[in-house]
Design a protein around this ligand. Structure first.
Ligand code: A2P
Length: 269
Protein backbone atom coordinates (compact mmCIF):
# COMPACT_ATOMS: atom_id res chain seq x y z
CA UNK A 1 0.00 0.00 0.00
CA UNK A 2 1.36 3.36 -0.91
CA UNK A 3 0.88 6.34 1.31
CA UNK A 4 0.07 9.66 -0.36
CA UNK A 5 0.83 12.88 1.38
CA UNK A 6 -0.83 16.14 0.42
CA UNK A 7 1.33 19.18 0.81
CA UNK A 8 -0.39 21.71 3.11
CA UNK A 9 -1.29 25.01 1.42
CA UNK A 10 0.48 27.79 3.35
CA UNK A 11 -1.98 30.26 4.83
CA UNK A 12 -1.28 33.47 6.72
CA UNK A 13 -2.12 33.59 10.42
CA UNK A 14 -5.60 35.13 10.94
CA UNK A 15 -6.16 35.17 7.17
CA UNK A 16 -9.53 36.05 5.63
CA UNK A 17 -10.48 35.90 1.97
CA UNK A 18 -11.69 38.96 0.04
CA UNK A 19 -15.18 38.36 -1.43
CA UNK A 20 -16.06 41.73 -2.99
CA UNK A 21 -14.31 45.00 -3.89
CA UNK A 22 -15.95 48.25 -5.01
CA UNK A 23 -14.18 51.49 -5.90
CA UNK A 24 -16.02 54.80 -5.55
CA UNK A 25 -13.43 57.44 -6.42
CA UNK A 26 -9.67 57.54 -6.80
CA UNK A 27 -9.57 58.13 -3.02
CA UNK A 28 -12.20 55.69 -1.69
CA UNK A 29 -13.14 52.01 -1.88
CA UNK A 30 -14.86 49.33 0.14
CA UNK A 31 -14.30 45.60 0.34
CA UNK A 32 -15.88 42.58 1.98
CA UNK A 33 -14.17 39.47 3.30
CA UNK A 34 -14.96 36.20 5.02
CA UNK A 35 -15.60 36.25 8.78
CA UNK A 36 -14.51 33.49 11.12
CA UNK A 37 -17.44 32.14 13.12
CA UNK A 38 -15.64 32.87 16.38
CA UNK A 39 -15.38 36.64 15.68
CA UNK A 40 -17.89 38.49 17.83
CA UNK A 41 -18.00 42.30 17.91
CA UNK A 42 -20.22 45.20 18.90
CA UNK A 43 -21.31 47.55 16.11
CA UNK A 44 -18.93 50.52 16.00
CA UNK A 45 -15.81 48.61 17.06
CA UNK A 46 -12.59 48.35 15.07
CA UNK A 47 -10.05 45.61 14.38
CA UNK A 48 -6.48 45.54 13.11
CA UNK A 49 -6.29 44.48 9.48
CA UNK A 50 -3.53 44.45 6.89
CA UNK A 51 -1.21 42.64 4.54
CA UNK A 52 2.07 40.80 4.88
CA UNK A 53 5.10 43.05 4.52
CA UNK A 54 7.31 40.59 2.65
CA UNK A 55 10.41 42.79 2.89
CA UNK A 56 10.24 42.95 6.69
CA UNK A 57 8.77 39.48 7.13
CA UNK A 58 5.93 40.70 9.33
CA UNK A 59 2.36 41.92 8.92
CA UNK A 60 1.63 45.59 8.25
CA UNK A 61 -1.54 46.34 10.20
CA UNK A 62 -3.81 49.37 10.73
CA UNK A 63 -6.97 49.98 12.75
CA UNK A 64 -10.15 49.73 10.65
CA UNK A 65 -13.71 50.17 11.86
CA UNK A 66 -15.91 47.25 10.90
CA UNK A 67 -18.53 48.75 8.56
CA UNK A 68 -20.83 45.71 8.50
CA UNK A 69 -23.36 44.98 11.25
CA UNK A 70 -22.74 42.20 13.77
CA UNK A 71 -25.44 39.98 12.19
CA UNK A 72 -23.71 39.93 8.80
CA UNK A 73 -22.01 36.64 7.82
CA UNK A 74 -19.16 38.59 6.21
CA UNK A 75 -17.16 41.66 7.20
CA UNK A 76 -17.08 44.97 5.33
CA UNK A 77 -14.47 47.73 5.44
CA UNK A 78 -14.45 51.20 3.91
CA UNK A 79 -11.07 52.68 3.15
CA UNK A 80 -9.21 55.66 1.88
CA UNK A 81 -6.46 55.20 -0.73
CA UNK A 82 -3.31 57.14 0.00
CA UNK A 83 -0.82 56.91 -2.92
CA UNK A 84 2.23 56.70 -0.64
CA UNK A 85 0.42 55.25 2.41
CA UNK A 86 2.30 52.18 3.65
CA UNK A 87 -0.82 49.99 3.79
CA UNK A 88 -3.51 51.62 1.62
CA UNK A 89 -1.18 52.04 -1.37
CA UNK A 90 -1.18 48.21 -1.50
CA UNK A 91 -4.61 47.46 -0.02
CA UNK A 92 -6.34 49.44 -2.78
CA UNK A 93 -5.19 46.78 -5.28
CA UNK A 94 -6.75 43.77 -3.51
CA UNK A 95 -8.97 41.53 -5.60
CA UNK A 96 -11.63 38.91 -4.90
CA UNK A 97 -9.90 35.75 -3.69
CA UNK A 98 -6.91 37.56 -2.14
CA UNK A 99 -6.10 37.09 1.53
CA UNK A 100 -5.90 39.80 4.14
CA UNK A 101 -4.76 39.52 7.74
CA UNK A 102 -7.38 40.27 10.39
CA UNK A 103 -6.55 40.18 14.09
CA UNK A 104 -9.76 38.97 15.78
CA UNK A 105 -9.71 41.37 18.74
CA UNK A 106 -12.41 44.02 18.26
CA UNK A 107 -12.16 47.13 20.47
CA UNK A 108 -13.32 50.75 20.54
CA UNK A 109 -15.35 53.42 22.26
CA UNK A 110 -17.87 54.09 19.49
CA UNK A 111 -20.39 51.66 20.93
CA UNK A 112 -23.92 52.20 22.20
CA UNK A 113 -22.93 50.76 25.60
CA UNK A 114 -20.64 53.77 26.19
CA UNK A 115 -23.67 56.11 26.14
CA UNK A 116 -26.36 56.71 28.72
CA UNK A 117 -29.92 56.03 27.51
CA UNK A 118 -31.46 58.88 25.49
CA UNK A 119 -34.14 59.71 22.92
CA UNK A 120 -32.20 60.94 19.91
CA UNK A 121 -28.76 59.91 18.69
CA UNK A 122 -26.57 61.94 16.34
CA UNK A 123 -23.88 60.32 14.19
CA UNK A 124 -21.25 62.86 13.07
CA UNK A 125 -18.79 61.69 10.40
CA UNK A 126 -16.37 63.17 7.88
CA UNK A 127 -14.91 61.13 4.99
CA UNK A 128 -14.25 57.48 5.85
CA UNK A 129 -15.42 58.23 9.39
CA UNK A 130 -18.81 56.95 8.26
CA UNK A 131 -17.53 53.34 8.49
CA UNK A 132 -18.51 52.61 12.13
CA UNK A 133 -21.91 54.23 11.48
CA UNK A 134 -22.40 51.97 8.46
CA UNK A 135 -22.37 49.22 11.07
CA UNK A 136 -24.47 51.06 13.68
CA UNK A 137 -27.09 52.22 11.13
CA UNK A 138 -27.64 48.58 10.12
CA UNK A 139 -27.91 47.34 13.71
CA UNK A 140 -31.51 46.86 14.98
CA UNK A 141 -30.24 47.65 18.50
CA UNK A 142 -29.73 51.30 17.44
CA UNK A 143 -33.45 51.65 16.63
CA UNK A 144 -34.53 49.79 19.75
CA UNK A 145 -32.56 52.20 21.94
CA UNK A 146 -33.40 55.51 20.19
CA UNK A 147 -36.54 57.17 18.82
CA UNK A 148 -34.56 59.10 16.23
CA UNK A 149 -31.19 58.52 14.55
CA UNK A 150 -29.61 61.44 12.67
CA UNK A 151 -26.68 60.67 10.37
CA UNK A 152 -24.67 63.77 9.44
CA UNK A 153 -21.94 62.99 6.92
CA UNK A 154 -19.70 65.61 5.35
CA UNK A 155 -17.31 65.08 2.43
CA UNK A 156 -15.54 67.29 -0.05
CA UNK A 157 -17.87 66.37 -2.95
CA UNK A 158 -20.93 64.30 -3.84
CA UNK A 159 -18.93 61.37 -5.27
CA UNK A 160 -17.39 60.86 -1.83
CA UNK A 161 -20.86 60.60 -0.26
CA UNK A 162 -21.90 57.72 -2.55
CA UNK A 163 -21.04 54.86 -0.17
CA UNK A 164 -23.25 56.32 2.58
CA UNK A 165 -26.02 57.38 0.21
CA UNK A 166 -26.36 53.89 -1.25
CA UNK A 167 -26.18 52.30 2.17
CA UNK A 168 -29.06 54.42 3.51
CA UNK A 169 -31.10 53.79 0.35
CA UNK A 170 -30.59 50.01 0.64
CA UNK A 171 -31.42 50.14 4.33
CA UNK A 172 -34.71 51.93 3.70
CA UNK A 173 -35.66 49.30 1.08
CA UNK A 174 -34.49 46.33 3.15
CA UNK A 175 -37.36 43.89 3.77
CA UNK A 176 -36.19 43.15 7.32
CA UNK A 177 -34.73 46.37 8.73
CA UNK A 178 -36.58 48.81 6.43
CA UNK A 179 -39.64 48.92 8.63
CA UNK A 180 -37.57 49.53 11.74
CA UNK A 181 -35.61 52.36 10.10
CA UNK A 182 -38.66 54.00 8.52
CA UNK A 183 -39.31 57.42 10.02
CA UNK A 184 -36.47 57.00 12.54
CA UNK A 185 -33.34 57.35 10.43
CA UNK A 186 -32.64 60.86 9.15
CA UNK A 187 -29.79 61.21 6.66
CA UNK A 188 -28.18 64.66 6.36
CA UNK A 189 -25.27 64.60 3.88
CA UNK A 190 -23.31 67.77 3.07
CA UNK A 191 -20.39 68.73 0.86
CA UNK A 192 -17.89 71.54 1.22
CA UNK A 193 -16.33 71.80 -2.23
CA UNK A 194 -19.06 71.31 -4.84
CA UNK A 195 -22.70 72.07 -5.51
CA UNK A 196 -25.06 69.94 -3.46
CA UNK A 197 -28.52 70.42 -1.86
CA UNK A 198 -26.98 70.81 1.60
CA UNK A 199 -23.61 72.41 1.96
CA UNK A 200 -21.15 73.16 4.73
CA UNK A 201 -19.06 71.61 7.46
CA UNK A 202 -20.92 69.70 10.19
CA UNK A 203 -19.46 72.01 12.83
CA UNK A 204 -20.76 75.12 11.04
CA UNK A 205 -24.19 73.57 10.39
CA UNK A 206 -24.50 72.75 14.10
CA UNK A 207 -23.36 76.09 15.51
CA UNK A 208 -25.30 78.20 12.99
CA UNK A 209 -28.44 76.18 13.75
CA UNK A 210 -28.87 75.33 10.03
CA UNK A 211 -29.25 71.59 10.52
CA UNK A 212 -31.94 72.02 13.19
CA UNK A 213 -33.88 74.41 10.94
CA UNK A 214 -33.47 72.16 7.88
CA UNK A 215 -34.78 69.15 9.82
CA UNK A 216 -37.61 71.12 11.41
CA UNK A 217 -36.34 70.46 14.94
CA UNK A 218 -37.54 72.87 17.56
CA UNK A 219 -34.10 73.53 19.08
CA UNK A 220 -30.75 75.13 18.28
CA UNK A 221 -28.53 72.66 20.12
CA UNK A 222 -28.19 69.14 21.49
CA UNK A 223 -29.80 68.62 24.88
CA UNK A 224 -27.69 66.57 27.36
CA UNK A 225 -30.88 65.18 28.90
CA UNK A 226 -32.10 63.51 25.70
CA UNK A 227 -29.52 63.82 22.87
CA UNK A 228 -26.52 61.55 22.41
CA UNK A 229 -23.58 62.00 20.01
CA UNK A 230 -21.10 59.73 18.30
CA UNK A 231 -18.19 61.29 16.43
CA UNK A 232 -15.77 59.83 13.89
CA UNK A 233 -13.55 61.88 11.62
CA UNK A 234 -10.17 63.54 11.37
CA UNK A 235 -8.39 64.69 14.50
CA UNK A 236 -9.19 68.36 13.83
CA UNK A 237 -12.87 67.56 13.24
CA UNK A 238 -13.10 65.46 16.39
CA UNK A 239 -11.58 68.24 18.50
CA UNK A 240 -13.94 70.86 17.04
CA UNK A 241 -17.02 68.68 17.63
CA UNK A 242 -15.85 67.90 21.18
CA UNK A 243 -15.73 71.64 21.92
CA UNK A 244 -19.28 72.06 20.63
CA UNK A 245 -20.60 69.05 22.61
CA UNK A 246 -18.89 70.16 25.83
CA UNK A 247 -20.21 73.70 25.30
CA UNK A 248 -23.74 72.28 25.19
CA UNK A 249 -23.15 70.35 28.41
CA UNK A 250 -22.61 66.85 27.00
CA UNK A 251 -19.79 64.83 28.58
CA UNK A 252 -17.51 62.30 26.88
CA UNK A 253 -18.36 58.70 27.73
CA UNK A 254 -16.37 55.47 27.76
CA UNK A 255 -17.12 51.77 28.05
CA UNK A 256 -16.29 51.96 31.76
CA UNK A 257 -18.23 55.19 32.32
CA UNK A 258 -21.10 55.86 29.90
CA UNK A 259 -22.05 59.52 29.30
CA UNK A 260 -23.56 61.66 26.53
CA UNK A 261 -21.11 61.45 23.61
CA UNK A 262 -18.21 59.33 22.35
CA UNK A 263 -15.39 59.96 19.85
CA UNK A 264 -13.13 57.85 17.64
CA UNK A 265 -10.49 58.91 15.15
CA UNK A 266 -11.15 57.74 11.58
CA UNK A 267 -8.40 55.68 10.07
CA UNK A 268 -5.87 57.82 8.23
CA UNK A 269 -2.83 56.24 6.59
P1 A2P B 1 -13.27 71.24 3.96
O1 A2P B 1 -13.47 70.91 2.51
O2 A2P B 1 -13.79 72.60 4.32
O3 A2P B 1 -11.84 71.02 4.42
P2 A2P B 1 -11.07 65.28 4.24
O4 A2P B 1 -11.47 64.63 2.95
O5 A2P B 1 -9.96 66.27 4.12
O6 A2P B 1 -10.84 64.27 5.34
O7 A2P B 1 -12.34 66.13 4.72
C1 A2P B 1 -13.62 65.59 4.79
C2 A2P B 1 -14.62 66.66 5.07
O8 A2P B 1 -14.43 67.12 6.43
C3 A2P B 1 -14.45 67.88 4.18
O9 A2P B 1 -15.73 68.26 3.72
C4 A2P B 1 -13.83 68.91 5.11
O10 A2P B 1 -14.20 70.25 4.81
C5 A2P B 1 -14.39 68.53 6.46
N1 A2P B 1 -13.54 68.97 7.58
C6 A2P B 1 -12.20 68.91 7.66
N2 A2P B 1 -11.76 69.39 8.85
C7 A2P B 1 -12.84 69.77 9.53
C8 A2P B 1 -13.06 70.35 10.83
N3 A2P B 1 -12.04 70.63 11.64
N4 A2P B 1 -14.33 70.61 11.19
C9 A2P B 1 -15.37 70.33 10.37
N5 A2P B 1 -15.24 69.79 9.15
C10 A2P B 1 -14.00 69.50 8.73
Amino acid sequence: MTETKTKPVPTLPDAQTVTEVEHYTDRLFRFRCTRSQSLRFRSGEFVMIGLMDEARGKPLLRAYSIASPSWDEELEFYSIKVPDGPLTSRLQHIKVGDQIILRPKPVGTLVLDALLPGKRIWFFATGTGIAPFASLMRDPDTYERYEQVIMMHCCRDAAELEYGRKLVEDLENDPLIGEMVDGKLVYYPTTTRDDFPHKGRITDNLTSGKVFRDLGLDTDKLDPATDRGMVCGSLAFNLDIKDIMEGWGLREGANSEPAEYVVEKAFVD
